[in-house]
Design a protein. Structure first.
Length: 170
């Protein structure tokens, strides 16, 4: 572990974070939630807001894929995603749904302001981000895709978007 220069969960909590909060709304698979925790740790995001039917720690299936990231990444639970979004707006976050939608911004063309705090809303694996949420966000980010399928697994989407944001927000 020392050779990998990994920090402890305590050092992680004290470290500077990328000003991003991940919002999971009705993500039905605990494995996806755990994978997103692990990715959030890797990119050192501020936290995860878990909403609706999404599983929350402690949960054995989250633990299986998170590999301890539930101990390092801060998280909060909100029964309703609207409550989470309201809280983030009060804290002056720009809210973006990661979704294929009219007038979405292609991820490669999305250029956040260096000083902005961002919340990324990821929705249900089959139904995506709810229409009522799409109406109140500041915009939608769409991941360019070139194959016959036009969707990614939600955990893969989180990894792709966080990678790109980490490059652009440095």
């Amino acid at each position: 572990m020392a050779e990998l220069n990994r920090i402890s969960p305590e050092e992680f909590k004290a470290a500077d974070k990328m000003p991003v909060v991940i919002v999971l709304d009705d993500v039905r698979s605990a494995y996806n939630v755990g994978s997103i925790f692990r990715t959030a740790d890797a990119f050192r995001v501020e936290g995860i807001y878990i909403c609706g039917i999404s599983a929350k720690p402690p949960h054995k299936d989250i633990s299986k894929t998170a590999l301890g990231a539930t101990e390092s990444v801060d998280w909060k639970h909100f029964p309703d995603v609207l409550e989470a979004i309201s809280s983030l707006k009060e804290d002056e976050y720009k809210i973006y749904a990661v979704e294929q939608a009219d007038e979405s911004i292609s991820l490669d063309k999305f250029n956040p302001e260096s000083s902005s705090k961002i919340a990324l809303v990821f929705g249900h694996e089959v139904f995506g981000v709810k229409d009522e949420i799409l109406e109140i966000v500041d915009g939608c980010i769409e991941i360019p895709q070139f194959g016959t399928k036009h969707s990614f697994n939600v955990a893969i989407s989180a990894g792709i978007v966080l990678w790109e944001l980490s490059r652009k927000m440095k």
